[in-house]
Design a protein around this ligand. Structure first.
Ligand code: 9YT
Length: 132
């Protein structure tokens, strides 16, 4: 069993800061369970375009208000605590944070740790089975 707190990982390699978000990665590929688990804060007033071509991601909003735009269909969905979205088709999407948004995110395959978005808003494929 592994037990970790957000306080323990703050300021460590598991704490990744980008222009519009901060992601504290509680479970990573090195833990060897096939998924990663992150607590992600999207900063108030920001817009983040993403396109996870190599991963499936589930996101549960637990704090804040915003909007999710499906980049494939153009559909818009309000984001508020209790709303979940699952990117089961590698959809392009944009998150608009009206207030600060706090999300719980699960990625499969697991992220290895230091990933930040490339110019398409994607992360590279998992390096190898040895990293999972
Ligand atoms: C909601 C979302 O996907 N935000 C971008 C960061 C990502 N969740 C991560 O790396 O934790």
């Amino acid at each position: 069993m592994i037990v970790r707190t957000l306080d323990q990982i703050s300021g460590t390699e598991r704490d990744v800061v980008a222009a519009t978000w901060r992601s504290r990665r509680l479970v990573l590929a090195g833990d060897g369970v096939g998924f990663s688990l992150h607590e992600t804060v999207m900063y108030a007033g920001t817009e983040t375009a993403m396109w996870y071509t190599n991963h499936v991601e589930a996101v549960l909003c637990v704090e804040g208000e915003g909007e999710l735009v499906d980049g494939e269909s153009g559909d818009r969905h309000p984001l508020r605590p209790g709303t979940m979205y699952l990117l089961d088709g590698h959809e392009r999407h944009t998150v608009r944070a009206t207030t600060q948004l706090r999300m719980v995110c699960v990625f499969t395959p697991a992220l290895t740790g230091r990933e930040v978005h490339d110019d398409k808003g994607s992360y590279p494929p998992a390096a190898s089975d040895d990293d999972r």
